[in-house]
Design a protein around this ligand. Structure first.
Ligand code: SAH
Length: 405
């Protein structure tokens, strides 16, 4: 076996890695033996020579090394195949891994840094039944192993087609270009999946992120449980995951708001697909403007769902993001009737659960309402949260009941 490069951390920088965090940052590394290239395997050592596992090297990224194993082993085709198989086995207790749409691989949290695989099971627009993958390759080490990854996914998941969606902005931090397109088999223009007993039509090529926000599946069902008989408002609705779940659960009416014309068109098509078009209406609007205007019109709702995009994309934007979260929550609280329910989400890792609650509670103070927490939510369990790696925990939600003072 060829000699592997060794990256040695500065004194006392090993604790985070020992606690489970898989990254070594550029400023934590004291020295590197050998001359690792983008994607090379590198042994990680503490200053005292303690093993910290084997990582893939990213020479241009601040995240200089990403550990994929504690052992001394290569990141080759058989490693990737075994890791994908383990990820599926891990999900078997709570998902029907043969028949369900799900996130099959969640990057570092599944031991495959920078690799995300969503598996969609359903019917193609051409009427064919099948399963298709939407894949994101986000770091240099995985980008260098693109063919091995695709082969491993074909072997383990036997998809009818694979769509690559490596068009996330984080690729630029790794010096990688944005790429997307069909990379194996064929992928129908549209796919119809079933979620919580509802049909949704999605487009793996053009939808936001990998095509469908699978991480909100359980939260859509949990929010819908409060919808019966209520006027429901779904803000940042995208293609209607929450709105349709609420309508199916017996909401009296559902209004969805999103600024994307495509999302609104998809939502309407999805409502029709489920025979719910009579009870779901949709508005294309900027949520901030729309909420302010709805407040001026003195509209009232029994259940409001807020699921905005990540306002905090990094630490520096956190303060501005806090103001954004507070503003939409404040407006939503004004729109809720006494006893009404707010299901509020944030998918920004940078906004901690505590800060998120703070945004909600300071909105409540300004709106002169008392809040009671009914439920605290996270991401679907096929997006596992790896202990010691807080970055894997990004989605948080609070379901609160409003009492007017
Ligand atoms: N709730 C959705 C996911 C929401 S993703 C689901 O369950 O699938 C965030 C959505 O916010 C996207 O659809 C995006 O188009 C929309 N969005 C982003 N900025 C917005 C704004 N200022 N006003 C309204 N919608 C916005």
């Amino acid at each position: 076996m060829k000699a592997r490069a060794v990256a040695t951390l500065k004194p006392k920088e090993e604790n985070r890695l020992l606690l489970g965090h898989p990254w070594a940052y550029d400023n934590e590394i004291a020295s590197v033996s050998g001359n690792p290239q983008a994607g090379s395997e590198v042994s990680l050592r503490s200053a005292r020579g303690k093993n910290l596992g084997t990582a893939i090297w990213s020479p241009v990224s601040k995240i200089r090394a990403r550990r994929y194993t504690w052992a001394d082993e290569e990141l080759d085709g058989s490693f990737i195949r075994a890791a994908v198989a383990k990820a599926l086995a891990r999900r078997a207790p709570f998902r029907d891994t043969a028949n369900d749409s799900m996130r099959a691989v969640f990057a570092e949290a599944d031991g495959l840094p920078g690799l995300i695989v969503d598996r969609f099971v359903g019917t193609g627009s051409d009427g064919s039944k099948g399963s298709w993958l939407s894949v994101q390759i986000l770091c240099a080490g995985m980008d260098a192993r693109r063919e091995l990854i695709l082969d491993a996914l074909k072997d383990t998941l036997r998809p009818d087609g694979i769509m690559e969606r490596s068009d996330a902005p984080v690729r630029s931090f790794e010096g990688l270009p944005a790429v997307s397109g069909v990379v194996a088999g064929s992928v129908p223009e549209r796919i119809q999946i079933i979620e919580n007993g509802l049909r949704f039509s999605l487009c793996l090529g053009h939808g936001q992120k990998t095509g469908w926000f699978l991480d909100q599946r359980e939260n859509r069902a949990a929010s819908a449980a409060w919808a019966r008989g209520k006027a429901v408002l779904d803000v940042f609705s995208n293609a209607g995951g929450f709105a349709l779940a609420a309508a199916k659960a017996g909401a009296e009416s559902v209004l969805a708001v999103d600024s994307s014309a495509d999302a609104i068109a998809e939502l309407k098509a999805n409502a029709a697909l489920n025979g719910l078009q009579g009870r779901v209406s949709a508005v294309e609007a900027n949520a901030f403007d729309w909420l302010r205007e709805a407040q001026a019109r003195k509209e009232h709702y029994g259940l409001v769902i807020l699921d905005p995009p990540a306002f905090a994309k990094n630490k520096a934007s956190l303060d501005g993001a806090m103001r954004g979260y507070k503003e939409i929550n404040l407006r939503a609280l004004h729109l809720l009737e006494d006893g009404g329910i707010l299901a509020s989400f944030s998918c920004s890792f940078w906004l901690s659960r505590d800060r998120f609650r703070l945004a909600l509670e300071s909105a409540a103070a300004d709106a002169h309402v008392n809040l009671r927490y009914l439920d605290e939510r996270g991401q679907a369990p096929d997006h596992p949260v790896l202990a010691g790696y807080p970055e894997s925990s990004y989605l948080k939600g609070c379901v609160v009941q409003v009492e007017r003072r």
